[in-house]
Ligand binder design. Structure first.
Ligand code: PLP
Length: 442
C-alpha cells in the first residue's frame, strides 16, 4: 500500500497489518506471520489478550485523562506501588512517561538535577558504551553509541565520552573467556577518570544489550564491577531496562542477574507490552530525597504522562505477567529456542553466534575480522517471506545479527515452528549469498 506517512524506507511497499492474536500477526492479504520478535521486542504477553481488552474497556468507561498538574489517579498510583514493590533495593519512586526514549530523557534530567540539588552542578557528563542504543529523541540518541542511528544528527549531539562495549563474541580487547579480566568494565572507569570524576553525572548501561548489538549479555561479574566503579567515583548508575525489564531475560529485571541496584532504572516496551504507550523511570530514595530536600520540584512531564488509561494497561499487563509467571517461562524456553537455532545452523554448516538470555536471543552472522557474508536485512526479508517476523540488529558497517525474541507466552509447538521457519529462511538466503560470493570471486 502506498502511504502518506514517513516510514523507515521511503517508497517501499509495506504489508498492512490488520489483526493479531497470540503469537501471530495477520496482514490485509490474509497472510499470517509468526511473531518471532514480539514486534520490536515489545509484545511480551502476546497479541489480543482478552484480559487487557477488558481492562481498557473498563478504564475508558471510568476516566482516561487528567493532567498531573491537577490530579493523581488510582491506576498510576497502584502501578507505581506495584513496580516499586517488584524492583530491587530502594527503587521506591516512579516517574511515568509514554515511551522508552522519554523515560531515558527523564532519567538524564533526574541525574543532572540530582547533582544541582546536591551542590555539584558541574557534573554534566554522561558516559555510555560503544554501539549502544537508548532512544530516538535528541537527548537519548546523544547518549547512544549507535553510529547508524546517530549519523543524520551527529553534528548537534553532545561530545560525551563512550566506554567499550561488553561483547565477548567480538571482544574489543581481543580477550577470550579464559583471559577475560573485565577490561570492558575497567574501560568505564577509564572514561570516568579521563572526563574527571567530578564532572561525571552518570553511567548508562543495558544489563543485556538489546537490539543494537543483538542480545549481548556481559561477562559474569560485569554488572557488579560497573556498580562498584560508579560507587567508587560517586557517579550515578542508570540501567536502561527498556528491553530487559519485566521478564524478558528470565528475571523481573536484568539487574537481578547480579543483584545490583542502579540509581535510576528505565522501563518501556514490555511495561505495557504494546497495548498502550508507556514508559517509566524508577528512582532510588537517594535521588528522590535530594530533590525533595532541595527545590522540591521536578518540572518535566509530557501531557500524557501517568494517564489513567495507560496505567490501567500497565497494571493489567503486570498482573498477566505475574499470574503466568512469564519470567520463568523465558528462563525455561530460552535454552530450547537457542538449541533449535543452533541445530538449524549446524545442519547447514553456517557459523554464527547464537546468544542472549531468557527469550532475548540473537543470531549473529558476523565473523570478527572478516568481510560481511549473510546480512541482517536479507535474513529478515527471507524470514518475512516465509511467514516469520525477526528484527535486525548489529551496528555498522553492515548489520549482521537478527533478534529472535518471541512473546514470552509462545507455546512449545510455536517455538518449534519458529525454528523450522528460520531454517526455511536460511535456505533461501544461503544460495543467494553463495552466488554473490562466487560472482565477486569471478
Ligand atoms: N532503550 C533501549 C534499550 C531500546 O531498545 C529502546 C528502543 O528500541 C529505547 C531505549 C527507546 O524506547 P522507545 O522506542 O520506546 O522510545
Amino acid at each position: 500500500m502506498s502511504t502518506r506517512m514517513l516510514y523507515p524506507e521511503l517508497g517501499r511497499e509495506y504489508p498492512v497489518a490488520v489483526r493479531a492474536k497470540g503469537s501471530y500477526v495477520y496482514d490485509a492479504e490474509g497472510k499470517s506471520y509468526l511473531d518471532g520478535c514480539s514486534g520490536a521486542i515489545v509484545v511480551n504477553i502476546g497479541h489480543g489478550v482478552p484480559e487487557i481488552a477488558e481492562a481498557i474497556r473498563a478504564q475508558v468507561e471510568k476516566i482516561t485523562f487528567v493532567t498531573r498538574l491537577q490530579f493523581t489517579n488510582p491506576q498510576a498510583e497502584r502501578l507505581a506501588a506495584e513496580l516499586t514493590a517488584l524492583a530491587p533495593g530502594d527503587l521506591g519512586h516512579v516517574f511515568f512517561t509514554n515511551s522508552g526514549s522519554e523515560a531515558i530523557e527523564a532519567a538524564m534530567r533526574l541525574a543532572f538535577q540530582y547533582w544541582q540539588e546536591t551542590g555539584r552542578p558541574e557534573r554534566t557528563v554522561m558516559i555510555s558504551r560503544d554501539g549502544s542504543y537508548h532512544g530516538a529523541t535528541l537527548g537519548a540518541i546523544g547518549l547512544s553509541g549507535h553510529p547508524n542511528r546517530r549519523h543524520t544528527v551527529r553534528a548537534v549531539l553532545p561530545a560525551w565520552p563512550r566506554a567499550a562495549a561488553a561483547n565477548c563474541y567480538s571482544c574489543p580487547f581481543g580477550l577470550t573467556r579464559s583471559t577475560c579480566g573485565l577490561d570492558c568494565a575497567r574501560s568505564i572507569e577509564d572514561a570516568i577518570l579521563a572526563a574527571g570524576p567530578e564532572r561525571v553525572a552518570a553511567v548508562v548501561i543495558e544489563p543485556v544489550v538489546g537490539a543494537s548489538g543483538g542480545a549481548v549479555p556481559p561477562p559474569p561479574g560485569y554488572l557488579r564491577e560497573v556498580a562498584a566503579i560508579c560507587r567508587r567515583h560517586d557517579v550515578l548508575l542508570i540501567a536502561d531496562e527498556v528491553i530487559t525489564g519485566l521478564g524478558r531475560t528470565g528475571h523481573w529485571f536484568g539487574c537481578d542477574e547480579e543483584g545490583i541496584v542502579p540509581d535510576l532504572l528505565v522501563l518501556g516496551k514490555g511495561l505495557s507490552a504494546g497495548y498502550a504507550p508507556l514508559g517509566a523511570v524508577l528512582l532510588r530514595d537517594r535521588v528522590h530525597d535530594a530533590i525533595g530536600a532541595g527545590s522540591g520540584q521536578f518540572s518535566l512531564g509530557h501531557t500524557y504522562a501517568a494517564n489513567p488509561l495507560s496505567a490501567a494497561v500497565g497494571l493489567a499487563v503486570l498482573r498477566y505477567v505475574r499470574e503466568h509467571d512469564l519470567p520463568a517461562r523465558a528462563r525455561e524456553l530460552g535454552p530450547r529456542l537457542a538449541a533449535g537455532l543452533r541445530r538449524v545452523l549446524r545442519a547447514r554448516g553456517i557459523q554464527a553466534d547464537v546468544r542472549g538470555r531468557g527469550l532475548l536471543l540473537a543470531v549473529d552472522f558476523s565473523r570478527p575480522g572478516e568481510e560481511p557474508g549473510i546480512t541482517a536485512a536479507e535474513v529478515v526479508r527471507a524470514a518475512r517471506d516465509a511467514g516469520l517476523l525477526l528484527y535486525p540488529a548489529g551496528v555498522t558497517p553492515v548489520p549482521q545479527a537478527v533478534m529472535v525474541a518471541p512473546p514470552l507466552t509462545i507455546t512449545v509447538a510455536e517455538l518449534d515452528r519458529l525454528v523450522d521457519l528460520f531454517a526455511t529462511a536460511l535456505d533461501t538466503v544461503r544460495p543467494r549469498v553463495a552466488a554473490s560470493l562466487e560472482g565477486a570471486l569471478r
